[in-house]
Design a protein around this ligand. Structure first.
Ligand SMILES: [Zn+2]
Ligand SMILES: [Zn+2]
Ligand SMILES: [Zn+2]
Ligand SMILES: [Zn+2]
Ligand SMILES: [Zn+2]
Length: 363
């Protein structure tokens, strides 16, 4: 293993560390300690995966920009370079050679169609008269004739008294004075303000031109057609894989002298200092994927020595190469952890039992 210290160096470092914890033992003596090596591993791979396809295109008007695009004959075999950085996306839009053409719009005449709002007349029908908004066309139109032109026999009381009203006008229908609505002078209706009594107004949709722009061809009367080929290269990242004692990552992350290997081709071999077990876990993730055009696999590893000190059987000692020498750390053994966990569980159960008893006693 690259950068793996000698076993004796590890045992000496663990001995110093254990000594500070009050465990006095000469670990290099035969039978004083057991040492086994393992690896901490970080593995990460990102592949650039390529997809290709073709589609028919039809865009309104003339498209000079399409003519300047690169062309292809067979999209499946058209060569494009692999990305220099598999983390980055890239895309190509191509035009199949000889497919670029222009066609007339079949649904309009030179980019315009007959106005649908006015049916090509340029004008819309409009009523000549509108109801008078003041008298609403009721009896108030004229107190004498109610807007009919025929005077009634009797006159309303307020007129019989002979008081002229400033708010009434001479009736245009029955000629009675001070009797008619001043707005319509008894006619109940007013000339339409929109068409000025003409009976029609200009069509707002075509502004009176009788024709409107054909939306589909955007008024150009033609379409540019071509076959588009596309090639996409996109990164596919696999989740980072971490192997070995994960509980030691915090300790080893910054301090450990990790070795990094970068694999850029599917044919690149894994470094030969890996355990068989590590290799069999990583190898499947290195298999080439369909349509893979580039890859970047990163493997970081740190040799980790696991030392069992017989004079201190309830602790696991770990040592690894650091930037300054050998770093040592320790953890209670798994048995020990389970033992304390069991005690903790038992305490919880006891507390619960006491609580139940307490409730029973109080009742
Ligand atoms: Zn058209
Ligand atoms: Zn009248
Ligand atoms: Zn009126
Ligand atoms: Zn009108
Ligand atoms: Zn119109």
């Amino acid at each position: 293993m690259a950068g793996r210290p000698l076993d004796a160096e590890i045992l000496q470092a663990v001995e110093v560390y254990a000594g500070r914890r009050g465990v006095a033992a000469h670990l290099t003596d035969p039978g004083a300690a057991d040492l086994t090596w393992q690896n901490l591993l970080d593995f990460h791979i990102v592949r650039s995966v390529e997809t290709r396809g073709e589609r028919p295109m039809r865009e309104p008007g003339g498209r000079d920009d399409i003519a300047t695009r690169p062309t292809y004959t067979d999209i499946g075999s058209h060569p494009v370079p692999p990305p220099s950085d598999p983390e980055k996306s890239d895309a190509w839009l191509l035009v199949r050679r000889g497919s670029l053409d222009e066609e007339r719009c079949g649904d309009c005449d030179g980019g315009t169609t007959k106005c649908g709002d006015c049916d090509g007349r340029g004008v819309r029908d409009c009523p000549r008269f509108v109801d008078c908004p003041v008298c609403q066309g009721g009896p108030d139109a004229c107190w004498e004739c109610e807007g009919t032109g025929r005077r009634r026999a009797g006159r309303p009381a307020h007129l019989r008294s002979g008081t002229p009203s400033a708010h009434r006008a001479l009736c245009a229908r029955c000629r009675a004075s001070n009797a008619a609505c001043p707005k319509c002078t008894g006619r109940r209706q007013l000339d339409c303000p929109d068409c000025k009594k003409k009976g029609y107004v200009r069509c707002g949709a075509c502004e009176g031109t009788k024709r409107v722009t054909h939306q589909e061809c955007r008024g150009t009367g033609r379409f540019t057609v071509w076959t588009e080929g596309w090639i996409h290269q996109n990164p596919h990242r696999e989740k980072e894989r971490r192997l070995g004692r994960l509980d030691l990552r915090r300790t080893t992350g910054g301090a450990g002298q990790w070795h990094k290997t970068v694999l850029r081709r599917a044919t690149d071999e894994l470094p030969d200092d890996l355990d068989e077990a590590d290799e069999s876990l990583i190898a499947p993730h290195l298999a080439p994927r369909k349509d893979e055009v580039a890859r970047l696999a990163t493997l970081r590893r740190l040799p980790l020595a696991h030392v069992r000190v017989h004079a201190d059987p309830h602790r696991d000692y770990f040592a690894f190469p650091s930037h300054t020498g050998i770093e040592v750390t320790s953890r209670p053994t798994t048995d020990r952890v389970r033992y304390f966990a069991a005690i903790a569980t038992a305490s919880v159960a006891l507390v619960a039992l006491v609580a139940v008893l307490g409730v029973v006693v109080l009742r």
